[in-house]
Design a protein around this ligand. Structure first.
Ligand code: FAD
Length: 370
């Protein structure tokens, strides 16, 4: 099999969905990834029976029937519901902000009391249009929630004081006046019982697909462009053009994973956010709880947010005016590459949930093959 119809750069969910669909239609596909493994950021590694989310906690959730059914052909999902806890200086609060949180904050028990409390605290802004993230948050949820659950967490996430961040970063903050700790309001939610990597393994298992890991596209870019009729590129768009117009900015993360022997249950929940300033990490993930694990040991990951520098893993695009403007210039350049299709979160410089990535890949499949 020496002739391929497509080269897919990136064995993440975007590239793998496309490769699967192309192979189903009889096309031959080479998939390369510069990492040592497939799966991109949804990669999970099974250690001692626990699926460790190597690139941060991933919970699949969607409103879209078609995408939910599509994903179910590759995996069985469990009934995990994301109900994170916030730890502020040792005090615990339920997230997202709901009646449980309001009870924990103020001891109040009725929705009317909670609404009144929030309205009273929002009044501090006296109807002024929020000029920054701090004012925006107070306008949405009042001062107590802002001070304890948003302020320092946001500062750790973005490396800046909320009053120096633009208001647009938080357009909405979910506030519920019911006792409901389910973080997402989507109809479908769950974690693949066999781990996320198994989904991608299935997608790439066709004999029309050849996968090569530890292969950086830029080590052989000219050859790839010459030899492959079409390239689906899910790496960074500015990198593709050798950063000739400038560098798109990201936020990065660092993960510190620890195997705790003879600790069956470390924190009692999959996700605990640390919303105080003193704790240097933003959250601790205890992986076994995603799958209701009963192992005698546990594995936890502390997640630190950090400034991104070229060469670091790029996690969150900084979609401010400056970067959006630069990205648009790269999109114009990309139009001059008729045989290269840019996709996925890095290729389109946007934060995308997994269901959106799959929907985008399937939309591309439609355009490409219909
Ligand atoms: P990626 O997974 O990044 O895949 C791109 C691949 O391209 C990578 O494997 C990379 O190594 C490879 N590549 C890049 N450049 C090159 C090159 N030059 N040569 C070869 N290969 C290259 N979504 C949810 O729905 N729910 C969640 O709970 C959730 N949690 C998240 C938590 C974190 C911390 C982050 C960062 C994201 C989260 N997401 C979540 C989003 C999810 O990770 C993405 O939707 C999905 O992984 C994107 O898939 P992708 O294929 O576009 O990108």
């Amino acid at each position: 099999m020496d002739k391929f119809d497509y080269l897919v750069v990136g064995a993440g969910l975007f590239g793998s969905t496309f490769a699967y669909e192309a192979a189903q239609r009889g096309y031959r596909v080479k998939v390369i990834d510069k990492r040592a493994h497939i799966g991109g950021n949804i990669y999970t590694e099974r250690i001692g029976g626990i699926d460790v989310h190597r690139y941060g906690a991933h919970i699949f959730h969607t409103q879209n029937d078609v995408i939910w059914q599509y994903m179910n052909q590759f995996t069985e999902f469990n009934h995990f519901i994301n109900a994170p806890i916030a730890n502020y200086r040792g005090n615990l609060y339920n997230l997202p902000f709901n009646m449980n949180t309001f009870y924990q904050l103020w001891g109040i028990t009725s929705p009317a009391e909670a609404q009144a409390k929030i309205a009273e605290q929002r009044a501090e802004l006296a109807g002024k249009k929020p000029q920054n993230l701090e004012e925006q948050a107070i306008a949405l949820v009042g001062t107590d929630i802002y001070q304890r659950l948003i302020k320092s967490y946001t500062k750790k996430q973005w490396g800046k004081e909320p009053k120096d961040l633009p208001a647009f970063i938080i357009k909405r903050l979910p506030v519920r006046f019911t006792f409901d700790n389910n973080y997402f309001s989507d109809r479908y939610q769950g974690i693949p019982v066999a781990g996320y990597t198994a989904i991608v393994e299935k997608m790439l298992s066709s004999d029309r697909i050849v996968v090569e890991t530890n292969q950086d596209f830029f080590d052989n870019k000219a050859t790839y462009l010459r030899e492959y009729p079409k390239i689906i590129y899910s790496g960074m768009i500015d990198n593709y053009f050798d950063y000739q117009l400038g560098v798109l900015e990201y936020r990065s993360l660092e993960f510190e994973t620890t195997y705790l022997k003879n600790v069956a249950n470390y924190q009692g929940n999959a996700v605990v956010n640390f919303t105080d300033e003193e704790t240097p990490y933003t959250r601790i993930i205890e992986h076994k709880h995603f799958n209701f694990g009963q192992q005698p040991d546990t594995i936890i990951t502390k997640e630190y947010s950090k400034e991104w520098r070229q060469g670091d893993e790029a996690y969150y695009p900084v979609n401010d005016q400056k970067n959006t403007h630069l990205y648009k210039k790269y999109v114009k350049l990309a139009k001059g590459e008729p045989n290269v299709i840019f996709g996925g979160r890095l290729g389109t410089y946007q934060y995308l949930n997994m269901d959106q990535v799959v929907a985008n890949a399937l939309a591309l499949v439609k355009r490409e093959f219909n």
